[in-house]
Design a protein around this ligand. Structure first.
Ligand code: NIG
Ligand code: FE
Length: 461
């Protein structure tokens, strides 16, 4: 504790205090608490405060803002949040960050990515958007990425992942879920999981073992044998990752297959995530509820019954607008030279149905080389508002506290509140709506992770 006289306050206190108390009021030392760092004078401080269990229903449409907002930080934690005058009156720090004219928010949380992969899929993408066959036949899809990943050395995979984490952090993401999934076979999946769990970076990575992604061709007639080898990795996987993910989709695995692997993972203490109902209703949302999954993701074709079951089970619905954009899912396919009828559900309905079912809705990149090559949660926010017709408050809640809840971290981060990790973004714009209204450039100015400044002027320090 420092015993400071707040001398600048003397004249004002003397004017406003009455009678014989004046001397006592004016000259009593004011005890300020010493902390490591203050962030002061934010044009707007967006707390994203809410229940640890996440925000749902009508509450999604509101987000708390403090004008001339400020924060006090001690070590890796936030100790106080308020107006600048409140914080200045109560705290002193050797390091003051001036956020004048700027928006201050919690760090963004990205709860779905496939961080480690080899190769690129940009060539097949041109065929996809033009719907013209490539001049020379080419391999593509998840199985192609799995081959390129197997060919990549540990050092190459780690180097690429660290570079991607740098970009994500500079764009305001301070926590990332990272799944395996391009191993497809037990040994390779475990290699990817060990590399993911061993990553050292200021952006915190939460690893997931993606046990069931797609079936390798050689297992086409031996599906149960494939499940067995995926489950054989669980005793090792559960030491490396808190989560096991299964893909319950018409193009990948059935409800019963996912249930079998999911229950085996739960028996070893792992929590569950589900790729659910991306290409059709495979009862993936119902599976997520049955396994009390932390989150089910994609959900384009999830049934209302499934979404309601998820709300009841406390499973977060994580939507992936980058996939919607990149796979042109908002756009009808070509039929000959003209556009045909839309095949996908009208995209805004995906978000509205999830909200109306009462689920906690989150947003994520699904960063991967195939269906979503953007590592930017800013881009995801900007796309979500446009493609799903979400308001600014809804979008912010879904990328902060609700995204933290999708990783069972709602108690620890996702909002600016005393006791939470000091993961903070100071933006180059003054209000939260502008982060969503503008698009295409990095609007994150200063990023703090666990109380330390890790990026300034959009660049890592
Ligand atoms: O989450 N089932 C989908 N898996 C990934 C796609 C990855 C890829 O295309 O390489 C997804 O979207
Ligand atoms: Fe995915």
């Amino acid at each position: 504790m420092s015993q400071l006289f707040a001398e600048s306050r003397v004249p004002r206190a003397a004017r406003t205090a009455r009678g014989v108390d004046i001397a006592l009021v004016v000259y009593r030392p004011i005890a300020k608490l010493d902390v490591d760092r203050l962030v002061l004078h934010a044009a707007e401080l967006l707390t994203c405060r809410g229940p640890q269990s996440g925000i749902h229903g009508a509450a999604l449409r509101a987000v708390e803002t403090i004008t001339d907002g400020a924060l006090a930080i001690q070590g890796e934690r936030i100790v106080a949040v308020g107006t600048s005058s409140d914080i200045i009156a109560a705290y002193a720090a050797p390091d003051i960050v001036d956020a004048a004219g700027k928006l201050v928010t919690p760090g963004l949380v990205d709860p779905h990515s496939h961080l480690l992969y080899g190769g690129t899929r940009h060539e097949e993408y041109e065929s996809k958007v033009t719907q013209r066959a490539p001049e020379t036949p080419m391999e593509g899809g998840i199985r192609y990425t799995a081959r390129k990943t197997r060919e990549a050395s540990d050092g190459a995979l780690i180097g690429q992942a660290l570079g991607d984490l740098d970009v994500m952090l500079a764009h305001g993401t301070t926590t990332l879920e990272a799944k395996t999934g391009y191993g497809l076979e037990q040994d390779e999946e475990l290699r990817l999981l060990r590399l993911t769990a061993g990553l050292k970076h200021p952006l915190q990575v939460v690893p997931t073992y993606l046990a069931l992604h797609v079936l390798p061709h050689e297992y086409a007639r031996r599906r149960q044998a494939y499940l067995e080898q995926a489950m054989a990795a669980l005793p090792e996987a559960c030491k490396l990752a808190p989560y096991c993910d299964v893909s319950c989709d018409p193009g990948s695995f059935t409800f019963d297959e996912c249930l079998q692997v999911g229950e085996a993972a739960r028996a070893l203490g792992m929590k569950i995530r589900v790729h659910a109902d991306q290409h059709g209703d495979a009862r993936g949302a119902l599976l997520a509820a049955r396994l009390q999954a932390s989150s089910a993701d994609h959900l384009d074709y999830a049934s209302d019954e499934g979404l309601r079951a998820m709300a009841h089970a406390g499973s977060v619905a994580t939507l992936l607008p980058g996939v919607t954009l990149h796979l042109c899912e908002m756009t009808p396919r070509f039929e000959g030279a003209v556009l045909g009828p839309a095949e996908k559900p009208f995209m805004p309905l995906v978000a509205r149905r999830a909200i109306e079912a009462g689920t906690v809705v989150a947003l994520s990149t699904d960063y991967n080389p195939g269906s979503c090559p953007t590592p930017s949660m800013q881009m995801v926010m900007q796309l979500a508002a446009r493609l799903y017709r979400l308001g600014y408050a809804e979008t912010w809640n879904m990328c902060t506290l609700n995204a933290a809840r999708a990783l069972d971290l709602g108690r620890d981060r996702g909002s600016l509140e005393p006791g939470k990790r000091a993961d903070i973004v100071i933006w180059s714009v003054a209000t939260h709506g502008m982060v969503i209204n503008r698009f295409g450039v990095n609007l994150a100015d200063t990023v703090m992770a666990s109380g330390k400044v890790v990026a300034r002027s959009g660049r890592l320090v």
